[in-house]
Design a protein around this ligand. Structure first.
Ligand SMILES: O=P(O)(O)OC[C@H]1O[C@H](O[C@H]2O[C@H](CO)[C@@H](O)[C@H](O)[C@H]2O)[C@H](O)[C@@H](O)[C@@H]1O
Length: 347
């Protein structure tokens, strides 16, 4: 394993030099490719000139410094604290790709996350279904929260502050206990109905993909012609109108249908901290890395506790509650490798 880890560190040195060479390229590339960060701009184009983009990205970086460049300072504050790592999946551990079923995680990323999970409690919190994220990540060392945190497989601690009906104790194949926490359980039959209706209502629109995320539904429009977008939105809204207990949120070229309960990635983060036994500890340092709007709920949770490091993954200036930034998943990889190495040397 140590051999793998030094291979990773080597990869990281390589990436650092590549990242320098790409600095200018990534900034101008950002002008053309925001991966759908702005849903009102269906085609994802911006009118800014490259120079404007360069200036605005750099001034944004002053507000949200690079977590790679700030690494030493960040870790000075971390000394003596218990680090807990939270990671989003799409756009963070895997790059945004055209086909959601092909958002694979690279082997170096898998090794880095495995190393991180050996050093620190680690959870992946995703909008995907929990099973799908596990299929991509395939690591048993990690806790998983799917459906934007509404389906958690966490540590074996049943919490009194949550209704027992949402917490199920279970055993894995090796006899280890864990808890499944599903606060949106009662919405499941309605979600199944909506899924069928959405598929029926949208299957004539070319390029639409309806994804079953167990307690949420994603309607992808990355491959929908701009002129068909209005019809798609109308059809999604017409289905939604029959289910007032659900609402629509937006991600990268995706509409996400979610139960209207007071539960999001921020609550999932709090729940996992509680089950890890860190409910009232001031000696912890949670790190959350994510790229999407729904990750803002987790950034907000950290900011309101005045705790830890919320880190946004973005190659364009974005309105965010994160304190630090990383440009893309390759910088996330570099950060995780450095963090794992830091953890190893300080343990
Ligand atoms: O919380 P996350 O793990 O970031 O999940 C958010 C959504 O991610 C996926 O969609 C996004 O990534 C796809 C693959 O790169 C891309 O094709 C799509 O356009 C993006 O929106 C996932 O498929 C969705 O279900 C999640 O809600």
């Amino acid at each position: 394993m140590r051999g793998n880890f030094s291979k990773l560190c080597h990869t990281m040195k390589f990436q650092r030099s590549v990242a320098k060479a790409h600095d200018v390229e990534s900034i101008s590339k950002a002008r053309h490719d925001n991966n759908g960060a702005d849903p009102s701009n269906h085609c994802g184009h911006s009118n800014n000139e490259p120079n404007d983009t360069y200036i605005s990205y750099n001034s944004w970086l002053n507000e949200h410094p690079s977590a790679l460049r700030s690494f030493e300072g960040m870790m000075n504050t971390a000394k003596g604290k218990r680090i807990v790592v939270f990671l989003d999946y799409d756009g963070t551990l895997s790059p945004i790709v055209d086909d959601p079923d092909h958002a694979f995680m690279s082997e170096p990323m898998r090794s880095a996350v495995r190393e991180i999970a050996r050093q620190f409690p680690t959870a992946i919190i995703s909008g995907r279904s929990r099973d799908k994220v596990y299929d991509f990540v395939k690591l048993d060392e990690v806790f998983y929260a799917g459906s934007h945190g509404m389906d958690i497989r966490g540590p074996p601690r049943q919490l009194k502050s949550y209704d027992d009906k949402y917490q199920t104790r279970a055993l894995d194949e090796k006899g280890n206990e864990f808890i499944i926490f599903q606060p949106a359980q009662e919405f499941f039959p309605a979600i199944k109905e909506m899924l069928t209706e959405l598929e029926k209502k949208t299957n004539k629109i070319q390029g639409v993909l309806v994804e079953d995320n167990r307690f949420c539904i994603s309607v992808h429009y990355r491959h929908v012609q701009a002129e068909d977008y209005g019809v798609l939105l109308e059809r999604v809204q017409s289905v939604l109108a029959k289910y007032p207990q659900f609402h629509l949120t937006r991600g990268k070229k995706v509409m996400e249908i979610r139960p209207s309960i007071k539960w999001n990635k921020g609550h999932a983060l709090e729940y996992l901290l509680d089950t890890l036994g860190f409910a009232s500890s001031s000696n912890i340092l949670p790190i959350y890395i994510g790229d999407d709007r729904t990750d803002e709920d987790a950034f907000k949770a950290l900011q309101s506790r005045g705790l830890g490091y919320p880190i946004i993954v973005s190659s364009i200036p974005r309105d965010t509650m994160a304190s630090y930034s990383l440009r893309d998943p390759s910088e996330v990889l570099s950060f995780l490798i450095r963090l794992a190495r830091w953890g190893e040397s300080s343990s």
